[in-house]
Design a protein around this ligand. Structure first.
Ligand SMILES: Cc1cc2nc3c(=O)[nH]c(=O)nc-3n(C[C@H](O)[C@H](O)[C@H](O)COP(=O)(O)OP(=O)(O)OC[C@H]3O[C@@H](n4cnc5c(N)ncnc54)[C@H](O)[C@@H]3O)c2cc1C
Length: 463
């Protein structure tokens, strides 16, 4: 019999923590998990899932409008926010129940309370102020929205509150132009809210391929989103029922709501980690090795709290690899290359592999681009464009990156990720038969290399 209460204690029941707890319990390990908010974590409760449901909701207005040209007619089109958000919350509740039952079925003991690390083998539970012991502790506490330190920051809402809004605001100012900010800009704009995005950098979506950044910015502006780059906010003030966002140049913008989508911070505050010898990196992330082990042997960390690639499938994969490494004697280090990513704006972005800028830093590349009006828009008349771009290693012919803007770009990037990961070459893409008529057929029919007007190097790293 082990000297500890549990073989594994997991702090945080989100994507990474739930997966690790369940798998370890299914191996017959004695596992407990603590969650201070709701089982399911960010993805299920206030991230990917409710967000994607709002994305679907926000797209119907334009789709119904487009349907007129296809012969459909209707009268009295109205949108009811309370119905949408209520239905989204109902689905979140269902998933919260499903995740709870999964843990229960696997035999994981659940503590609905905050937990912190007491020593390398003990966890303090805030509820009842108890201490329990475990051979291994897994920190899977995720991350939380981080606000800029400016006067009036108490008026900000984050993505968390967007899922709880009782009423749809008439107007919203969104600070920040990362993927969360842009997705909410697109959701709100699709629902008829007047949206202004303020960002201090030169273009939206830093880190994505520059062509996608430029095309999406143009498409969102066409849809009425007021995108203001190189713009710094000085303060946020209450004004009547709403707010006033004061810019550093003295201009001010009135808004019913002000959202900060200015990044996230790993949840390591007051977790007791440093006191037991766990090294924290910049932004408070837990420093881990390739196997997710911290600087303390019995303490591992997975998911957003380690700030590696902050996505749900990555947290899940890290949780799985942790169990394989620690409990199955099968050390597994994750390969972080070719992680497909989507930005669920309208139009959508799907991307996998290196951007043109990143690739040019490493090697000589050939670029292939197709930009066209999708067939659907020929009848609807909507001013819509699809962009597909391939980044190819000029020496080996391997496809290093695929970047797409257009409908279903996320779904297409997921499939493309398989081929890119397997090392597909441009020649092999060319040899693949097209599926006609489809948008994705362009991926296998692009023949003409794109030549830059002037030689360029690493352009999409710009803020
Ligand atoms: C608005 C939004 C949209 C997103 N969209 C996508 C998307 O489309 N695709 C995608 O792949 N990713 C998306 N993400 C990112 C994704 O949600 C995260 O990468 C993922 O949830 C990380 O999982 P995790 O297990 O590390 O942490 P989390 O899922 O955040 O779980 C951590 C859990 O720990 C709990 N916790 C924290 N501290 C303690 C403590 N001391 N004691 C007890 N419990 C604690 C928290 O309450 C939380 O439930 C989105 C995120 C946001 C915010």
């Amino acid at each position: 019999m082990s000297e500890y209460d549990y073989d594994l204690f997991v702090i945080g029941a989100g994507s990474g923590g739930v997966r690790a707890a369940r798998l370890a319990a299914e191996l017959g390990k004695r596992v407990a998990i603590a969650e201070e908010y709701r089982i399911g974590g960010t993805c299920v409760i206030r991230g990917c899932v409710p967000k994607k449901l709002l994305v679907y909701g926000s797209r119907y207005g334009a789709e119904i409008e487009d349907a007129r040209a296809y012969g459909w007619d209707y009268a009295d089109l109205r949108f009811d926010w309370s119905k949408l958000i209520h239905n989204v919350q109902r689905e979140v509740d269902r998933l919260n129940g499903a995740y709870t039952r999964t843990l229960e079925k696997a035999g994981v003991e659940r503590f609905l309370t905050r937990a912190s690390v007491e020593d390398p083998h003990s966890v303090r539970l805030a509820d009842g102020d108890r201490v329990v012991s475990a051979e291994y502790i897994l920190v899977a506490t995720g991350s939380a929205p981080a606000f800029p330190d400016i006067p009036g920051k108490e008026h900000f809402i984050s993505s968390n509150e967007c899922f709880q809004l009782e009423a749809l605001p008439e107007s919203i100012v969104i600070m920040g132009a990362g993927y969360i900010g842009m997705e909410f800009a697109s959701i709100f704009a699709g629902l008829g809210v007047s949206v202004t995005v303020l960002y201090r950098g030169v273009q939206i979506l830093r880190g994505f391929d520059m062509d996608l950044r430029d095309e999406l910015a143009e498409a969102l502006r066409d849809r009425g989103v007021d995108l203001r780059m190189n713009t710094n906010v000085a303060a946020v003030e209450k004004q009547g029922d709403g707010y006033r966002v004061v810019l550093e140049d003295g201009e001010s913008i009135p808004a019913s709501r002000v959202m900060a989508a200015t990044g996230r911070k790993p949840n390591t505050e007051n977790l007791g980690l440093e006191a037991v010898g766990v090294e924290l990196g910049p932004n408070g992330r837990v420093v881990v090795d390739a196997y997710s082990k911290s600087t303390v042997d019995s303490l591992y960390a997975v998911g957003d709290v380690t700030d590696r690639a902050n996505l749900t499938p990555v947290a899940i994969r890290e949780g799985t690899a942790f169990v394989e490494t620690v409990f199955e004697g099968c050390p597994n280090a994750i390969d972080y290359s070719f992680i497909p990513t989507a930005v669920f704006t309208e139009p959508e972005i799907g991307t996998v592999g290196l951007t043109e800028g990143e690739a040019r830093e490493k090697t000589n590349v050939d670029i292939y681009k197709a930009s066209f009006r999708p067939m659907r828009a020929t009848i609807s008349g909507r001013d819509e464009k699809v962009l597909i771009k391939l980044v190819v290693d000029a020496g080996t012919d391997k496809v290093l990156g695929l970047h797409m803007l257009g409908s279903d770009a996320g779904e297409i990037a997921q499939m493309a990720a398989i081929a890119l990961r397997l090392g597909v070459t441009k020649q092999q893409l060319d040899a693949t038969m097209a599926l006609h008529p489809s948008v994705a057929e362009e991926i296998v029919t692009m023949r003409q290399k794109w030549e830059p007007p002037v030689p360029i190097k690493g352009s999409d790293a710009a803020a």
